[in-house]
Write a protein that binds this ligand. Structure first.
Ligand code: FAD
Length: 242
């Protein structure tokens, strides 16, 4: 987990009740979780909770990002997909309405604490839109935010989560561009790297942009390295690799 602080053991464990289950497609689900003590979860857009997953032979801890906008009343949302051989994800898929989940947090430094001052590019694939969704809600709600682009790739249109919401944002805000792309899984990062090279490295000498990148595997660090290597400030290229 790159550039993400996980101090799971130093925080008290909390419990949340599964209030609602929503299937985005055949392998991606959201759980809406209500803290059992009636409190509201406070978090910075981009943060995750660490869920304790009691398997028969081990208790594993896995981070899941809060996918709902910050500052809202009511349950918060986590969104996840099945992973080949992934026993933690499989356990989450077995949770039903009324079940209780133990977690600590929120944690994480892949966050948007304030609205960036210059053009911001968000790059995500499939479920890894989770941290970026609350960031977009925050920035789009602020007046005078800079130009923003969301480049969002997934292997099928079913896996472009929250698509209608992003389309509505783009329709109502000329400074936000939503660019969904259906790309077969193995080609995803080659295509994203080529796009980033063409538009934000080769096209001009502007190096004031901010980037927020989230996805699974080494393609994320390849994007980070491309942008930082091209002269973007290290702290302006935020990334989280699952
Ligand atoms: C900071 C952070 C936040 C995360 N937030 C989310 C989230 O909001 N939703 C979510 O679904 N997952 C998220 N993950 C991944 C999640 O924590 C688990 O790694 C994932 O569910 C697999 O756990 P497992 O125990 O089932 O499988 P494991 O046996 O631990 O398998 C891990 C393998 O699965 C890969 N992997 C991790 N996540 C995915 C994925 N989503 N799709 C395909 N392969 C994956 C890893 O790269 C690794 O190779 C996050 C990871 C990090 C580091």
């Amino acid at each position: 987990m790159a550039e993400t602080s996980n101090r799971a053991s130093s925080r008290p464990t909390r419990s949340a009740v599964v209030e609602r289950v929503f299937d985005h497609n055949d392998d991606t689900r959201s759980l809406f979780l209500a803290p059992a003590d009636g409190s509201k979860i406070r978090f910075i857009p981009g943060q995750f909770i660490s869920i304790a997953i009691p398997l028969p032979d081990e208790v594993r801890t896995r981070p899941y990002t809060i996918a709902s906008p910050a500052g809202r009343d009511g349950p918060f949302e986590i969104c996840f997909n099945r992973v080949p051989g992934g026993r933690g994800a499989a356990w989450l898929f077995d949770r039903k309405q009324g079940d209780v989940i133990d977690f600590t947090g929120p944690y994480g430094t892949f966050t948007m604490e304030s609205v960036p001052a210059s053009e911001t590019i968000f790059i995500a694939e499939a479920t890894a839109i989770a941290p970026i969704r609350p960031m977009l809600h925050r920035t789009l709600a602020s007046s005078g935010h800079p130009e923003m682009t969301l480049l969002y790739a997934a292997p099928s249109s079913d896996h472009l989560l929250y698509r209608a919401e992003f389309e509505a944002f783009a329709a109502g805000d000329r400074t936000f561009r939503f660019e969904p792309a259906v790309i077969p899984g193995p080609e995803t990062y080659d295509r994203l790297l080529a796009e980033a090279q063409r538009r934000w490295v080769s096209a001009d000498a502007n190096r004031t942009r901010h980037f927020y990148i989230c996805g699974v595997g080494k393609g994320v660090s390849a994007l980070r390295d491309l942008l930082r290597g091209a002269g973007y400030e290290r702290r302006a290229v935020h990334y989280e690799q699952w």
